[in-house]
Ligand binder design. Structure first.
Ligand SMILES: C[S@@+](CC[C@H](N)C(=O)[O-])C[C@H]1O[C@@H](n2cnc3c(N)ncnc32)[C@H](O)[C@@H]1O
Length: 168
């Protein structure tokens, strides 16, 4: 499984408690955080890698991808300042490309968990290959959310967070 944006490794350590025999890859873009991960004492089925497409792909494909609190930009500030458009800060297209990239790492039949994001996975075209699983949602996300045009969604909507990939 892939923990995309694993920060200083806590997410990976938590995943190990739930999945005691899984190969877990933690990918992190921040070099300092990655170094902290690499100093953790972990078993030999956990690896921490730099978040670049080549290295992530080399360790895949994955049965499960966790992408938690990664697909967002300074959510507290954006919310506090009442920003109405994310176009200049984090356009929808950037989110869409990241989701398409994650989709390319995931096996058919695999699960993707997107939690705490400023956009909705269901707004990306490739989501038609997926089905929301269970009633898991992002209703606990307290920050502002945005639509496909990067415009603020004034009235909060419920967004699923766990999806199963039905086709490649
Ligand atoms: C708020 S932390 C969330 C950490 C962890 N996923 C959690 O939920 O506790 C977001 C992390 O994602 C990392 N990040 C942002 N963009 C990334 C990318 N493209 N690839 C990998 N990591 C990324 C940041 O450096 C940061 O460590």
């Amino acid at each position: 499984m892939l923990s995309y944006g694993c920060s200083t490794g806590e997410e990976v350590l938590t995943l190990r408690k739930y999945f005691n025999d899984a190969n877990i890859i933690g990918a992190e873009i921040n070099k300092n955080s990655l170094q902290i991960c690499r100093n953790l004492k972990v078993d030999n089925k956990i690896r921490f890698i730099d978040s670049n497409e080549k290295d992530i792909r080399k360790c895949g494909k994955y049965d499960l991808i966790f992408c938690m609190a990664v697909l967002q930009r300074t959510p507290d500030t954006i919310t506090r300042q009442g920003v109405k458009s994310l176009k200049k800060i984090y356009p929808f297209e950037k989110f869409e490309n990241q989701v398409i990239e994650l989709d390319s790492y995931l096996k058919k039949g695999g699960l993707i968990v997107i939690h705490f994001s400023q956009y909705s996975f269901m707004d990306v075209n490739i989501s038609s290959k997926y089905k929301a699983l269970g009633n898991y949602n992002q209703d606990d996300y307290a920050s502002a959310i945005f639509d496909r045009n990067s415009n603020l969604i004034e009235k909060p909507i419920s967004r699923n967070s766990i999806f199963i990939k039905l086709e490649d």
